[in-house]
Design a protein around this ligand. Structure first.
Ligand code: TRP
Length: 476
């Protein structure tokens, strides 16, 4: 489906395919798993409101900035940034955003594969449940027919207590990601994005409707959409909301520059960025509306943390008619949603290494894959053997974070926003205005508005949130 241009750069076969592929990178565990976790631990409505503001005012404008750097550069992420800096007569040091992005995305991938490993585990258990249901003559029954809702909720703690199993599941996912990237991603990503993402979307809507009917929908809506205004000014809630906006849109100097390079010249980057941001946010909210009604109806705490999705949805699948099939289908599709993201995460460093050092794709993919696996093991073990280690107690806000929380927090709350700050300053102030404006596809008021957001609001707001996140005492 992907044709090559005369310059040898592969191009998405159509504008829709580019949107779907970029949305495929954006939509993943960030929406399904991380958004509900963060909303639950940061007070619900206050977080959701701030998150939406961050997406509209900061992340969407930066999404356009990143895709335009990529499309203009037609190179790897760092290469494209250097190219635009040189053409604008500026220092190539402005490519710092892509260097930071490369480091951040490598760290993100390390724990992303651990969480994706949990999905692999649930494919296994729901697959066995489906097999039991079929052999029990009740193929249309609920998931996990032999279990009780209580024992289903115990599956996550049991998995966490088993380091070998956690690492085994993680390695399956890491190896699959490496294998795809080693072969060259473009065709594979596009097929998965074009067919599986829409399938996933419809299944998720179905599950949400079921949760809305059978769960405590009113309380979930209230939790997610009526903000407790006293929490909105909490620095921790602000930096979490900003971090989630960056994470969920795959921002921070990597994937979206890389994907921009595959967009054809007649794609309007301004309007497609808006579409991608909207679709990604919609999926997160729909996932929240699937998960929170169950949280409240089965008496779980919304701030349960990273296990929330894996304790609520299996319970709903257990009670749901046809749940055995739905559970298996859901985890398989969630797995592909994670894979379309992980592949693009790995591609960022592999693309740069092959371009810079002339190493083969497969050597680069296996080498980086090994690094990512080893870093991920630290995250996996922080749920059991290494539970007491605090790797970065000297960074304000991370005094009590174990390895998993450290990797997750430091990337989304520090590295990605920092990279976004450099991007905003570069595009807003330094890069050649003619080139930039022409790449956006925007005109008139929309163009001025975007320029204002990138040049003024993004740098000021991101700096304020970063500083307050580090020094909350400034707010008194
Ligand atoms: N956005 C992805 C998700 O929501 C995760 C992610 C963060 C990502 N940064 C990325 C994916 C960079 C690809 C590239 O699951």
């Amino acid at each position: 489906m992907v044709a090559s241009s005369p310059s040898g750069q592969a191009k998405w076969s159509s504008k829709t395919a580019f949107i779907l592929a970029a949305t495929g990178s954006a939509v993943g565990l960030g929406n399904l798993w991380r958004f509900p976790t963060e909303a639950g631990t940061n007070g619900g409505g206050a977080f959701v409101l701030l998150y939406i503001l961050c997406v509209v005012l900061i992340a969407a404008p930066l999404l356009l900035s990143e895709t335009l750097i990529g499309r203009h550069g037609q190179r790897s992420t760092i290469g494209s940034a250097v190219h635009l800096a040189r053409q604008s007569g500026a220092s190539p040091a402005w490519s710092a955003m892509a260097v930071l992005g490369l480091i951040a995305n490598t760290l993100i991938l390390s724990f992303y594969c651990v969480v994706a490993g949990w999905v692999v585990y649930f494919i296994g258990t729901s697959g066995m449940g489906l097999f039991e249901a079929i052999s029990g003559g009740n193929a249309l029954g609920g998931a996990y027919p032999e279990q009780s809702p209580e024992s289903i909720r115990e599956m996550m703690p049991a998995l966490f207590a088993n380091p070998g199993l956690l690492i085994g599941m993680q390695s399956i996912f890491v190896i699959l990601t490496i294998l795809i990237v080693a072969r060259g991603v473009k065709g594979g990503i596009e097929a998965a994005a074009v067919w599986l993402m829409p399938a996933f979307f419809f299944l998720l809507i179905g599950i949400t409707i079921y949760a809305a009917i059978t769960g405590d929908f009113a309380r979930a809506v209230n939790f997610l959409f009526s903000p407790d205004f006293s929490r909105i000014t909490e620095p921790g809630v602000m930096s979490s909301a900003l971090g989630q906006a960056f994470f969920s849109l795959s921002l921070g100097g990597g994937a979206m520059i890389a994907y921009g390079a595959y967009a054809s010249k007649d794609t309007n980057l301004g309007s497609t960025s808006g579409t991608i941001a909207f679709a990604d946010t919609a999926v997160a909210i729909i996932a929240g509306l699937a998960i929170f009604p169950i949280v409240f109806s089965v008496g779980l705490q919304p701030d349960a943390g990273p296990t929330l999705m894996f304790q609520t949805l299996p319970t709903a699948f257990h009670l749901m008619p046809g749940g055995a099939i739905v559970a298996f289908g859901f985890f398989v599709l969630a797995f592909f949603a994670a894979l379309t993201s992980s592949v693009s995460l790995l591609e960022i460093s592999v693309g740069w290494i092959t371009e810079k050092f002339g190493v083969s794709r497969s050597a680069a993919a296996w080498g980086m894959g090994l690094v990512i696996f080893v870093l991920g093991v630290l995250s996996a073990l922080s749920f059991n053997i290494l539970a007491d280690q605090r790797p970065i107690p000297f960074i304000p806000g991370f005094e009590n974070a174990g390895w998993f929380d450290a990797f997750d927090g430091i990337t989304s709350k520090l590295f990605l926003p920092l990279s976004g700050l450099v991007t905003a300053l570069f595009i807003g102030w330094v890069a050649d205005k003619k080139i930039v404006n022409a790449e956006t596809g925007l005109t008139g008021g929309a163009l001025s508005m975007w320029r204002f957001l990138v040049a003024w609001l993004c740098p000021l707001a991101v700096t304020a949130i970063l500083v307050l996140g580090m020094f909350p005492q400034l707010l008194g």
